[in-house]
Design a protein around this ligand. Structure first.
Ligand SMILES: Nc1ncnc2c1ncn2[C@@H]1O[C@H](COP(=O)(O)OP(=O)(O)O)[C@@H](O)[C@H]1O
Ligand SMILES: O=P(O)(O)OC[C@H](O)CO
Length: 497
């Protein structure tokens, strides 16, 4: 049997397909960006047909670049932007509306009402999540209530709901499979993470008919085969996981207490809590880390909405840099005596604050503040926010006391940022050799299921460190900086206004 595995990584701004050889090395990468639609302030949509085209194109291109035929691929693994909602017609496969993206805030009012009605505790107990427009359930209800005839058709079983993985499975299998995996289901607000099943009371509360829902498989469950007309022969789909869960797997964070943090557009830190479903007292999310061969591993997650996006803002919004790579050099050249703080609450604040109304702010401006200091503040904001998440994790769970952070994502290319992260966390930061950890995680789930790749232990042995960053900052300076950040955040929160 061939040992090649293909990962499809369907992200928020681009789709990537990556072919791996039997030694788990990257053979080829194909990537395509697609359009972001902002029909109103705070709304974010994607065109599902365009996403599907990028999946087909990048998959074909990755195969061609690696000089592989579809018959060489033992298995496909899918990983995806989470929470984003698509509803389509079961008969024609046509979506009834654009995808409503995880960043979309159109259901803030509905969420506020649910909180006012006192539903938050019950929802939290069952799903591990906070009531926030970020998650899928209120977006599904919005589509059913705002697309002509959708609710009636959903109740009659004519429509199907899916997160992106589910929609891609449907398209890849020629409409034969309507399924998702436990990690994606755990982000909908409709899934009981202890019972591993959709919850009827939550379905009633959010007004979502059961007939819409996909069946839920383990990450290495039965997902069918690609339709032979797509790539020439049928390829088995053997793995599915949400992107942050796949990154946790790709970083081989298999032991309780291990943490990975991914720095892309946003930042998502995920702590493995093993078989323990830890209830957070700090408004972190309790979520399914991964579910393999019938066994659930739980996790605590902190979600930060703006990380690399702040660097993009320095480039595209302020014009302070031309390329993201310049930011580290400018931060290094800044005057450290200028204590300046940028709180990048461009779209509200995520964990542990969950303040959708907060907006960004800069504190500590003096006549000595210049571009270098502003750039440093944007990079430091990422480190401060990670520090907030890790302290919340340590408060919430005894197993999180001694943490080494495994990092990945576009921003970790910046040595300056990684050093500052270690300094402000006062903990080691490990950057691996392979930075395509999300795709690697999805590929590993599929490859081990297909029997062509090593088991978890063998896979963990192959994780390779590129560089460890250790803290060198004076404790007094760290304390002063963290205190300054805490003040800056408290003055940014909407209740302060
Ligand atoms: N050298 C760098 N220094 C700082 N930020 C960087 C650097 N390289 C890339 N970035 C930032 O990383 C982000 C891209 O990371 P990526 O993992 O590709 O994101 P995503 O998957 O969310 O699209 C961009 O926001 C970019 O500004
Ligand atoms: O597409 P990314 O990498 O920005 O990840 C998005 C997350 O899955 C949203 O929860």
């Amino acid at each position: 049997m061939p040992g090649f595995v293909l990962a499809i990584d369907q992200g928020t701004t681009s789709t990537r397909a990556i072919a791996f050889d039997d030694g788990l090395h990257v053979l080829s990468v194909a990537q395509q960006e697609f359009q972001q639609h902002f029909p109103r302030s705070g709304w974010v949509e994607h065109d599902p047909e365009e996403i599907w085209r990028t999946v087909l194109d990048t998959t074909r291109l990755a195969l061609a670049r690696a000089a592989l035929a579809a018959s060489d691929i033992a298995a496909i693994g899918i990983t995806n932007q989470r929470e984003t909602v698509i509803i389509w017609d079961r008969a024609t496969g046509k979506p009834i509306h654009n995808a409503v993206v995880w960043q979309d805030r159109r259901t803030s009012e509905t969420c506020r009402r649910l909180i006012d009605d006192g539903a938050e505790d019950m929802i939290r107990d069952r799903t591990g999540l906070i009531v926030d427009p970020y998650f899928s359930a209120t977006k599904i209800a919005w589509l059913l209530d705002n697309v002509e005839g959708a609710r009636r058709r959903a109740e009659a079983g004519e429509l199907a709901f899916g997160t992106i993985d589910s929609y891609l499975l449907w398209r890849l299998t020629g409409g034969r499979v309507h399924a998702t995996d436990a990690t994606n289901a755990s982000r909908t607000l409709l899934f009981d993470i202890a019972k591993n099943d959709w919850d009827d009371e939550l379905l009633g509360l959010f007004g979502v008919p059961r007939a819409l829902l996909p069946r839920v498989e383990d990450c290495d469950g039965e997902f069918g085969e690609t339709d032979p007309s797509l790539f020439g022969v049928a390829i088995p789909i053997r793995g599915v996981a949400g992107d942050q869960h796949a990154a946790m797997v790709g970083q081989a964070c298999f032991q309780p207490g291990m943490v990975k943090s991914t720095y892309g557009t946003g930042c998502f830190a995920v702590l493995n809590t093993g078989a323990e479903r830890v209830a957070s007292g700090s408004r972190l999310l309790t979520t399914i880390g991964y579910r393999l061969a019938g066994k659930t591993t739980f996790a605590l997650e902190g979600s930060i909405f703006v990380a690399g996006a702040a660097v993009q803002w320095l480039r595209d919004g302020l014009g302070l840099i031309e390329r993201a790579e310049q930011s580290g050099g400018m931060a290094a050249a800044s005057n450290e005596e200028e204590m300046i703080y940028l709180v990048p609450a461009f779209t509200g604040l995520g964990a542990p604050w969950w303040d959708p109304e907060a907006r960004g702010a800069i504190f500590g401006l003096t006549r000595g503040t210049g571009p270098n200091e502003l750039v440093r503040a944007a990079l430091e904001a990422v480190a401060y926010q990670t520090a907030d998440l890790l302290s919340a994790m340590k408060r919430d769970w005894h197993g999180a006391r001694e943490t080494v952070l495994r990092v990945d994502g576009g921003m970790v290319a910046s040595d300056w940022t990684m050093q500052r992260l270690a300094d402000l966390l006062d903990a080691p930061v490990d950057r691996p050799v392979v930075l395509e950890t999300t795709a690697l995680g999805a590929a590993w789930i599929a490859g081990q299921k297909a029997g062509v790749w090593p088991d978890a232990e063998g896979f963990a042995d192959r994780w390779r460190l590129h560089r460890r960053f250790e803290s060198t900052m004076e404790p007094k300076l760290r304390e002063a900086k963290l205190k300054g950040w805490a003040d800056a955040v408290s003055r940014t929160l909407s209740r302060h206004r």
